[in-house]
Write a protein that binds this ligand. Sequence first.
Ligand code: SF4
Ligand code: SF4
Length: 78
Amino acid sequence: MDLEPLISKAKMASAGKTGGWRNYRPVVDEELCTTCGVCTEYCPEGVIVNGKIDYDFCKGCGICKEVCKQEAIRMVLE
Ligand code: SF4
Ligand code: SF4
């Protein structure tokens, strides 16, 4: 299912690209990702779609990792 048209897009904040706040970055293992869309539904920033992440705005909260049943996401120290 193509979720991209259904989610709001992150925009530049007054402090710039909010991805700069991140301590950990989520990394998706494309071999494990089934593009189920669960991470997209839960990401509070709307920046992960089909396992692809917009790092300019991802804050590294790790919610996507927690909800991924495939364990396809790991958090890596920046
Ligand atoms: S929840 Fe996991 S398997 Fe599903 S789209 Fe996201 S990274 Fe891929
Ligand atoms: S770490 Fe948080 S902000 Fe970044 S893609 Fe995952 S859920 Fe979204």
